[in-house]
Design a protein around this ligand. Structure first.
Ligand code: HEC
Length: 396
């Protein structure tokens, strides 16, 4: 499997190499296709078949079977990805691969040896050939497409299995103050599964807002309850834009409960997570489940549900993507004397930071809707790195 992390930098490829046979041939073909365009259009508006486009314009570098031609044949030392690798062939949203074929590799901070075909091919033809190359993955129907990988909310778990490292922080500026963070490592297993390890840590002021001390005084900090999770997408359809996953997470009481850094008991949380694409860049996500302590005397079980509505926009055609979102969060403690539903809302915006869109920032707020005494608004944020797409400093 070829990971993007192994790719060479732009500077490693000298422009002298542009004279390589494969590249010249591809450009000549691209030129021929471009030249033929008005004529073809005049004669028949029908798009050229994806398989023909592939063999004339792409196969010289990518190979007829998508495996990628060897460096010796190509005459340049940038590795060409193996498109038969299903993970590689499916991870990207169609729009991002459209951009690469239209504008060339540099649009995603990839190598310029991936040429631009925006003038040689029509939009319809580019869509056709992108669909065609996904087919080099033999088990394509089993693999959810990157199009179903919706922007991550601050609190709502996604259904799409990912390869990510995410640092989230919730910061209470008012009241006595706290910064609760979590570093989450997610790794995809096969077509539809994912495992996750979460390391929470935080700093909080134990002096409550009234000025009274609760045992220990002043600021304290430390690690919270370590967590692990597994999820599996049971339903996915590119056609209807739907993905549904079932999962379970477990946290163990490594954090000090007396200092507000842990639950004091092992908690098992089964959940369901769904994502649905809407027209015009919109999407909804729903996440519901329970948090079940292994000892009901130590803590009350809880049920929760979270719904997210969002919309992705790219103001300059192939540029930065902005995704404003709003989450509505409900939690209810079971077995508590007062089993009221606690409601919060979380308005936020996710922004892609680099051209490859694999480093993203989300900034928002968690705002209590009811039971507001003692519950104050917090700042919520995360920084996300999709590590499968290459090192965090690549693709800017
Ligand atoms: C001159 C050689 C060459 C030709 C011709 C070529 N490619 Fe590429 N392509 C590359 C290289 C090199 C990369 C890897 C770039 C990198 O990883 O930095 C690449 C990468 C890609 C990728 C992966 C982009 C990503 O996000 O990782 C896609 C998709 C792709 N090419 C599609 C096509 C299609 C479709 C055609 C034909 C219309 C084509 N290529 C023609 C060299 C070529």
């Amino acid at each position: 499997m070829l990971s993007r992390a192994g790719h060479t930098t732009l500077s490693a490829v000298s422009w002298r190499r542009v004279g390589s046979t494969a590249f010249r041939a591809a450009l000549a073909l691209a030129g021929a296709l471009a030249g033929a365009e008005p004529e073809v259009r005049a004669a028949a508006p029908a798009a050229r078949a994806p398989a023909d486009i592939w063999s004339t314009a792409c196969a010289a570098c990518h190979g007829a079977d998508g495996a990628g031609m060897p460096t010796a044949v190509l005459g340049f030392d940038v590795p060409v990805p193996d498109l038969r690798d299903c993970l590689f062939a499916t991870s990207e949203p169609t729009a991002d691969w459209f951009a690469v074929v239209h504008e060339g590799g540099t649009v995603r901070g990839l190598d310029r040896m991936m040429p631009a075909f925006g003038t040689a091919l029509t939009a319809q033809e580019i869509e056709g050939v992108v669909g065609y190359l996904r087919g080099f993955c033999r088990d394509l129907p089993d693999w959810p497409l990157g199009d179903l990988n919706l922007p991550r909310g601050l609190f709502t778990e996604k259904a799409f299995p990912e390869n990510e490292l995410v640092l989230t922080s919730n910061i209470a500026l008012r009241g006595s103050g706290s910064v609760m963070s979590e570093l989450v490592y997610e790794k995809r297993l096969g077509a539809r599964s994912m495992i996750e390890v979460a390391v929470p840590f935080g700093f909080l002021n134990l002096t409550d807002s009234s000025g009274a001390m609760s045992g220990a005084a002043g600021w304290t900090g430390g690690i919270g309850d370590l967590g692990a999770a597994f999820k599996h997408a049971i339903v996915q359809s590119g056609r209807s834009g739907t993905i549904v996953a079932l999962g379970v997470d477990v946290s163990v009481p490594t954090g000090r409960a007396d200092r507000g850094l842990g639950a004091g008991v092992t908690v098992v949380g089964p959940f369901v997570a769904c994502g649905q694409l809407l027209p015009a860049g919109g999407f909804v996500q729903v996440h519901a489940g329970a948090d079940l302590p292994t000892d009901f005397d130590a803590a009350n079980p809880e049920i929760f549900w979270r719904a997210l509505l969002g919309w992705s926009v790219t103001p300059s055609r192939f540029g930065r993507m902005y995704s404003p979102m709003i989450e509505v969060l409900g939690t209810r403690e079971l077995r508590a004397d007062d089993a009221a539903v606690i409601w919060d809302v979380a308005p936020q915006i996710q922004v892609t930071l680099n051209r490859r869109k694999h480093v993203r920032l989300n900034v928002g707020a968690l705002v209590p809707v009811n039971r507001t005494s003692g519950r104050r608004a917090q700042l919520g944020t995360y920084l996300l790195w999709d590590w499968y797409e290459g090192g965090p400093l690549r693709g800017w």
